[in-house]
Design a protein around this ligand. Structure first.
Ligand SMILES: Cc1cc2nc3c(=O)[nH]c(=O)nc-3n(C[C@H](O)[C@H](O)[C@H](O)COP(=O)(O)OP(=O)(O)OC[C@H]3O[C@@H](n4cnc5c(N)ncnc54)[C@H](O)[C@@H]3O)c2cc1C
Length: 455
């Protein structure tokens, strides 16, 4: 029987909701401990925020793709299922489109006025120091937590950064790392994310940073191969609608039937968990936390050309803009260079503007950005593909949830706290590399251990 057909009527030790990297890791860890597990997935595929796609006959990742050398859980998981990583192409000059002018730079930090560059380096060191002083497991409990959580990152930028270029660069960092505007995110949440990602340079960097490498054949394969290792196949097309807790177990109600379990792990983003009926069994604090963790907004785009023509001009293909709606591009060309591919994003408010603009408007805006960065040769792509994560029913945005001021200090301690027989996983619950695949794996390992201790 296909795992996407037939009624579900099962009794297991643990039900896992969500077959993203976090849910699959939870299930594998529990199976390794001898538990009977059932993974319930709303989509007709595994992977969640990891998704396969094609452009010009080449496989691509429409969701998460990069891995940095610090992300040791992810590197180990990929090695375990036999998926190799290889370096992101990063040879040549990067492009900065700033104040309507295009400049190129040898370093990954874009060329900007000398005073701005000096200030940016000073401000980045200061933000890193503030981030690394936070308690990793409980940022809401640090000595300055309330003060840090009572302002947005935008407020901090305007009060602490003087030069226009440094201000704009920090806004760009927020958009490309959180997929939200700096006025949407609490300073404390921003700092905790920077701590989890080992500093701003690591988070935003290619060589030595979070974008250093990608996976041959795509990151989505890792989840497909993890799912294939499960003793019990994932139940697809089984959106969970309700979780009912009883004295001796839980009933997890899906569109295809019920699973009875001793415990359930919710490996879904908080905003998606908030759509599930818990029959009033969750503490009010948990419910209010889920109401206050919106997803970021992003549309990932790929555009293909006959050749990676930018390389001929000594350009790496990496480009950023302070004003174009598609504000970041990277070289995504296949290793055999049989064509040239650029990957990029509409993120934060630009993604909101373009979610209803239609495919053609998005394509035109991406080609316009590529022309601005790399010249007229970019006007004639051979293929274009995008993925609007705002419109995905079972993600409702990406890459990750964020918190506005006040949320972390008032509700943050409910993030990982089990609620009776209900446990929480998912990258948002990680204490390191939250928002990333590595964080999803960490959360799965933690949740499995937590459940195993209580069975
Ligand atoms: C465009 C984009 C680029 C990214 N880039 C990177 C990157 O380069 N590097 C990196 O490390 N990370 C990146 N990420 C983030 C990374 O993909 C995520 O952190 C990670 O995949 C999250 O895994 P997860 O298991 O926590 O959540 P998810 O992948 O969201 O898994 C949750 C699962 O639960 C399912 N679900 C939801 N509701 C229900 C329900 N009611 N019933 C049943 N199932 C349900 C969903 O369908 C989904 O499969 C990116 C993400 C996106 C979208």
């Amino acid at each position: 029987m296909s795992t996407a057909e037939g009624a579900i009527d099962r009794s297991v030790d643990v039900a896992v909701v969500g077959a993203g990297m976090a849910g699959l890791k939870t299930a594998l860890e529990l199976e390794a401990r001898g538990q009977d597990v059932c993974v319930l997935e709303a989509r007709d595929r595994v992977g969640g925020r990891l998704k396969p796609g094609h452009i010009a006959g080449h496989r691509i990742d429409k969701g998460g793709q990069w891995v940095g050398p610090q992300q040791t859980l992810l590197l180990a998981q990929a090695a375990d299922v036999g998926v190799e990583s290889y370096d992101q192409f990063n040879t040549g000059r990067s492009v900065l489109h700033f104040n309507d002018r295009v400049k190129t730079s040898r370093s990954e930090i874009p060329k900007m006025p000398f005073l701005s560059l000096l200030e940016l380096q000073r401000v980045v060191s200061r933000l890193d120091r503030m981030a690394f002083s936070l308690p990793p497991d409980a940022p809401w409990a640090g000595p300055n937590a309330k003060a840090l959580d009572s302002q947005t990152f935008e407020t901090w930028i305007t009060q602490n950064v003087r030069t226009h270029a440094a201000q704009e660069f920090l806004r760009l960092v927020t958009r490309s790392v959180f997929c939200c505007e700096p006025q949407h995110v609490s300073l404390l949440y921003f700092l905790d994310y920077v701590r989890g990602g080992e500093g701003i340079d690591v988070l935003t960097g290619v060589s030595g940073g979070a974008q250093e490498a990608k996976f041959r054949g795509g990151a989505h394969q890792i989840t497909e191969l993890m799912a294939a290792k499960l003793k019990t196949p994932v139940m697809h097309d089984a959106p969970v609608r309700a979780v009912l807790q009883h004295d001796d177990g839980v009933v997890v109600r899906t569109d295809r039937g019920d699973v009875r379990a001793k415990r359930v792990v919710m490996a879904v983003p908080p905003a998606l968990a908030n759509q599930i009926d818990f029959a009033n069994s969750l503490p009010a604090k948990r419910v209010h936390l889920m109401q206050r963790m919106p997803m970021g907004t992003v549309i990932k785009v790929h555009v293909a050309y006959e050749r990676p023509f930018w390389r001929d001009r000594g350009l790496s293909g990496m480009a950023v803009s302070d004003s174009l709606p598609c504000n970041v591009l990277f070289d995504q060309s296949p290793e055999d260079l049989s064509c040239g591919i650029l990957v990029g994003f509409f993120d934060a408010d630009a993604a909101v503007d373009f979610t209803s603009a239609g495919d053609n408007a998005r394509r035109d805006a991406v080609v316009e950005a590529a022309k601005t960065f790399f010249g007229p040769e970019a006007a004639s792509p051979i293929d274009y593909v995008d993925n609007d994560w705002l419109a995905e029913e079972w993600s409702r945005g990406c890459y990750v949830a964020h918190m506005a001021p006040g949320v972390m200090t008032t509700f943050g301690d409910a993030l990982r706290e089990p609620c009776g027989r209900v446990h929480w996983a998912g990258t948002e619950t990680a204490t390191k590399w939250q928002g990333y695949m590595d964080g999803a794996l960490q959360s799965g390992i933690r949740a499995a251990g937590e459940v195993a201790d209580r069975l």
